[in-house]
Write a protein that binds this ligand. Structure first.
Ligand code: FAD
Ligand code: SIN
Length: 527
């Protein structure tokens, strides 16, 4: 049994920056089910949105762009509070050792552009911003005396007590992946920083860690979940059987790359006045439409009109990676397809990152703060991770608390009634089936009939998974499958309940956008 004041689940941008914000005041344990480095943060390319060029840009413009892309569902006060934090967050990140790309060897930051932004405001570290951020924050956290990092620890569920007048979290049961034993961690505050749920879909830009665990665990614990129908599909992932949906950053389009059909025709002009830099939902839907219309299995992204020196200076990682797959992007266009990229919904929080259960927080992609609404604008995600980690840290530091549930007797995990599985293949079959029908029936373009079909499938799978979970010893894969299935159910139910098209949710049976604006809220009925 371990004890800590604050338990942070996840070691990406959100988890590590929350840990560093709190550790001057309270003891923190950060767990991650990976090696602590891998998560979406590590793979972020484009950068972090921040108004840094005070001459040509301003907060009002960043706020207005975010609200517009969010299609009416962003919370204006949340957007404003987050956007004004951005310059100080960039300064803080530089103090942590992060080396952002500068303008022509000066000390001034180079700012790039991405979809939806009307100005250049993306701060970046070449085309591998995430790796630079992740590596530096991890070094800082590892060296902090008040932070303990436990890699390869997968949270199973939170430990909840029915308090005097409300539910309370007193810690978590955690699978130590290396030993396959369950440990108990007691905590006064618990923060989910578990990232998104991209792995629900067959094709995704996300790493394997993105199985929506925090959203599922939070939901099972009684937290409210908001707006899960809004899944963002990134328009341009490399089309190659071995590339595992390698992302080709929107910053390429920001620097002039053009989308074309395989016969060389440009097509974005037909869909939006901002053409290649239209909001992501519009670009992804346009590509989906053109692929279906022409019967093609990909479209092309072309930056070969720029000089090789320009391409290598701005996009060294993407240039190298594509070359490894046989494409010289300085000479030829890149074959691309859309793939699931970002979970806009998640555990509903207030301005402090608090969920509907007051000592459970959610920060980063697993949260639904009101920042992104029905569609997230490019590079606003990392910004939200840092901003809400900061808000949550401040709230936790200033909340008086008793030491971690000293008097509460938490039972250890009981494995006496379950046996080792003799049919692990059930897990991989269900995993494959789930991701495929989510891709086919709950993708970029939806219909009521496809959503209902998906609901019938998920109900059957959920039953099978829960029987399996009840009878056999827990494994890492089984935990992820159980959480993926719950995320799929939440996405389908949310999508079915929204009888309109808005932002990322496009249903051909309900093509108009209603005047009434509402969030989709799901909460587990208490048993
Ligand atoms: P993550 O970085 O995903 O970290 C999640 C952590 O939770 C990991 O440590 C994981 O091990 C841990 N975890 C998960 N479940 C459990 C569990 N059950 N038990 C224990 N630990 C668990 N956004 C931008 O703003 N700009 C960009 O340029 C950008 N580029 C992107 C490029 C790619 C390829 C991808 C995939 C995303 C990109 N995004 C970008 C989105 C952004 O990177 C993510 O939204 C953000 O990094 C999420 O950070 P996070 O800390 O919430 O989660
Ligand atoms: C990209 O670089 O295209 C990804 C940016 C983002 O998801 O915000």
């Amino acid at each position: 049994m371990l004890e800590t004041e604050v338990l942070i689940i996840g070691s990406g941008a959100a988890g590590l920056s929350a840990a560093l914000g709190i550790a001057g005041h309270k003891k923190v344990i950060v767990i991650s089910k990976s090696n602590s480095t891998i998560g979406s943060t590590y793979f972020a390319q484009g950068g972090i949105a921040a108004v840094m060029d005070k001459k040509n840009d301003n907060f009002v413009s960043h706020i207005e762009d975010t609200l517009k892309v969010g299609a009416g569902l962003c919370k204006k006060e949340v957007v404003a509070k987050t956007v004004v934090q951005a310059p100080s967050i960039i300064k803080w990140l530089e103090e942590q050792g992060i080396n952002f790309t500068k303008l022509n060897h000066s000390r001034e930051l180079h700012l790039t552009r991405e979809g939806g932004h009307t100005n250049r405001r993306i701060v970046h570290a070449r085309d591998a911003t995430g790796a630079e951020v992740q590596n530096n924050l991890l070094i800082k956290a590892r060296n902090h005396p008040n932070i303990t990092i436990l890699p390869y620890h997968n949270v199973v569920d939170l430990i909840m007590l029915d308090g005097f007048d409300k539910k309370q979290c007193v810690g978590a049961y955690v699978l130590d992946i290396k030993t396959n034993h369950i440990r108990t961690i007691k905590s006064s505050f618990t923060i989910f920083a578990t990232g998104g749920a991209g792995k629900v879909y067959l094709y995704t830009s996300n790493p394997d860690t993105s199985s929506g665990d925090g959203i599922a665990i939070g939901y099972r614990s009684g937290c409210r979940v908001a707006n899960m129908e809004f899944i963002q599909f990134h328009p341009t992932c490399l089309y190659h059987p071995k590339a595992k949906s390698f992302l080709i950053s929107e910053a390429l389009r920001g620097e002039g790359a053009i989308l074309k059909l395989t016969d060389g025709t440009r097509f974005m002009r037909k869909f939006h006045k901002m053409e290649e830099l239209a909001p992501r939902d519009i670009v992804a839907r346009a590509i989906d439409y053109e692929m279906k219309r022409t019967g093609g299995d990909h479209v092309l992204l072309d930056i070969s009109h720029k000089t090789k020196a320009f391409i290598i200076t701005h996009f060294p990682m993407i240039y190298r990676k594509c070359l490894n797959f046989g494409f010289d992007i300085s000479k030829e266009p890149i074959p691309v397809v859309p793939a699931a990229h970002y979970t806009c919904g998640g555990l509903e929080t207030n301005m402090h990152g608090q969920t509907s259960i007051s000592n459970i927080y959610a920060v980063g992609e697993c949260a639904s703060t009101g920042m992104h609404g029905a569609n997230r604008m490019a590079s606003n995600s990392l910004l939200e991770c840092f901003a809400f980690a900061k808000f949550a840290a401040k709230k936790i530091i200033n909340t008086p608390h008793s030491p971690p549930s000293k008097k509460i007797d938490i039972p250890n995990w009981d494995e006496s009634l379950v046996i080792n599985s003799d049919e692990e293949v059930v897990v991989s079959h269900n995993w494959e089936e789930l991701r495929r029908f989510m891709w086919n029936y709950v993708g970029i373009v939806r219909t009521d009939k496809r959503l209902e079909r998906a609901l019938r499938r998920i109900n059957i799978l959920q039953k099978e998974i829960s029987e399996y979970y009840g009878n056999f010893k827990i494994t890492h894969d089984l935990l992820e499958l159980r959480n993926l299935a719950l995320n799929a159910e939440l996405i389908i139910k949310s999508a079915l309940s929204r009888k309109e098209s808005r932002g990322l949710h496009y249903n051909t049976d309900h093509e108009t956008t209603k005047r009434e604006i509402r969030d989709t809220i799901l909460r587990k009925r208490s048993s």
